[in-house]
Design a protein around this ligand. Structure first.
Ligand SMILES: C[S@@+](CC[C@H](N)C(=O)[O-])C[C@H]1O[C@@H](n2cnc3c(N)ncnc32)[C@H](O)[C@@H]1O
Length: 217
């Protein structure tokens, strides 16, 4: 997994981040990035999460790459029992310091090596971009969705990625995901839409949103 969210400038609209690793990959890279600012990302829930999940009846949820936890908090507010999972200890400590309610479990988790251990009614991944050669991570995410459950993936659009020096070809896109996962899934949403509030220093204007429901057992 990799990310384009960070900028080389010393200040963003979200926090006060200083110079950081260009493309964090390891837990240490991510910790360094989070350590570089009091806050990296907006405290507001992702607009695509609100649009896609606002009407869903609550159950169990797992947010992969939860970062500072805005989406997790929003889900818990709506009655979900949520696991906020991230490779970065710093991000998780920050998220837990902000919200320690019982409905939320903040978990240190590396999707490349750790197992989900069970299935969830909802699995989300916001701006957790999966590398094009990492189909295993996609399969793992999908396997963690219970029959009848929902998988929601939100990505920056290719323009937003290019603005940060990334080649969109580095990543798996919803078209790839639908093809790779194949039968057994219903695509509910597969579109690019305006984010509403641009992120990433104004570069991330559009989100690419994929919402799929797993066939009931
Ligand atoms: C761009 S941030 C997105 C944070 C949050 N979802 C949001 O939208 O604000 C990507 C997150 O994925 C986490 N991450 C990176 N690699 C990971 C891995 N292998 N397993 C779990 N989390 C990972 C990073 O620490 C980071 O918090």
């Amino acid at each position: 997994m990799t990310d384009d969210h960070q900028e080389s400038e010393s200040h963003t609209e979200h926090g006060n981040r200083q110079e950081t690793p260009a493309h964090p990959r390891t837990a240490a890279d991510w910790d360094e990035l989070y350590d570089s600012a009091d806050r990296l990302w907006t405290t507001d829930v992702n607009p695509a999460v609100v649009a896609e999940l606002g009407d869903l009846a609550p159950g169990t949820a797992f947010d992969l790459g939860c970062g500072e936890g805005a989406d997790v908090r929003w889900l818990a507010d709506r009655g979900w029992t949520v696991v906020g999972a991230d490779i970065s200890r710093v991000a998780l400590e920050r998220a837990a310091a902000r919200d320690s309610r019982e409905a939320i479990t903040w978990t240190s988790f590396d999707v490349t090596t750790d197992d989900f251990g069970r299935r969830y009614d909802l699995v989300t991944a916001s701006y957790f971009h999966i590398a094009a050669d990492d189909e295993a991570t996609l399969h793992k995410l999908a396997e963690a969705v219970a029959p009848g459950g929902t998988l929601l993936v939100v990505m920056h659009d290719p323009e937003g990625l290019r603005a940060h020096g990334r080649d969109p070809g580095e990543f798996l896109w919803p078209d790839d995901m639908v093809r790779i996962l194949g039968d057994g899934w219903t695509v509910v949403t597969h579109e690019t839409r305006e984010r509403g509030i641009p992120a990433g220093g104004g570069h991330h204007v559009n989100d690419v949103v994929l919402r799929m429901v797993r066939e009931p057992a």
